[in-house]
Design a protein around this ligand. Sequence first.
Ligand code: KIV
Length: 283
Amino acid sequence: MLSDTTTLSSYAAPLRAQDFLSAKARGQRLSMVTCYDYTFARLLRASAVDAILVGDSAAMVVHGYPSTLSATVDLMRVHTEAVARGVSTGDFPAPGGKFIVTDMPFLSFRKGVTTALDAAQALMTAGAHAVKLEGVDGHEDAIQRLTQSGIPVMGHLGLQPQSVRAYGGFRVQGRAAAAGREIARQARTLEELGAFAMVLECIPAGLAREVTASVRIPTIGIGAGDGCDGQILVLHDLLGLNLDFHPRFARPFLDGSHRVLDALAEFDRAVKSGAFPAADESY
Ligand code: KIV
């Protein structure tokens, strides 16, 4: 049963890249959630959430790697195809669809423009409507060529998980004034290069607010306070499915791991007591 507060919005028009800009101009906040598979994509399609990110966090959340460095173009393509099948209603934009952004994985946009275009081609033909890539310095040419090729690009500044080895861990970025100014500069560069939006990850709330005010394109925050134009969470964090990872910014909107464990315990008891299956569950 859907609760009273659950919106079945399967016939709402899906967002397009240009709608991100107009949403910011109207002051309308944007919600985004990561998704990696068909079943959750079907659920997200029936939700009011604005857009989906097929994040390279798939490497960690779904495949159990310690960082996103293990995500490859092939892995991102497979997850994008599964999500696209889940939200698909035919041609895009179509009633009930969702805007899908897919992460360009580690180094796929750092080896030159042609490699970046090949990676983006694989992801866009898999069903993505846009790609996201981390950072800006040193791959301005790739960002510009992608946007000039009709591929909407979402940036990602602040904590860039693909640089975790350089940081020496997942750490809040931009705390020092100079580091904050750098992030603000990169945000303006991203806008100039034609990005339609950007994720700001794990930076002080005041800096995120400043960056948000300084660009026309929307900022989507994660661990960046309430001053962004939208918010994104990793689906498994949002659903409380992690037993051992509870970052401060990732509010669980469901006690998912305990609900799942309760269901598994109930199933186990029902099997062992002979209560499952019942007569009307048998042929
Ligand atoms: O891969 C991912 O899940 C992300 C979000 C943290 C924004 O990039």
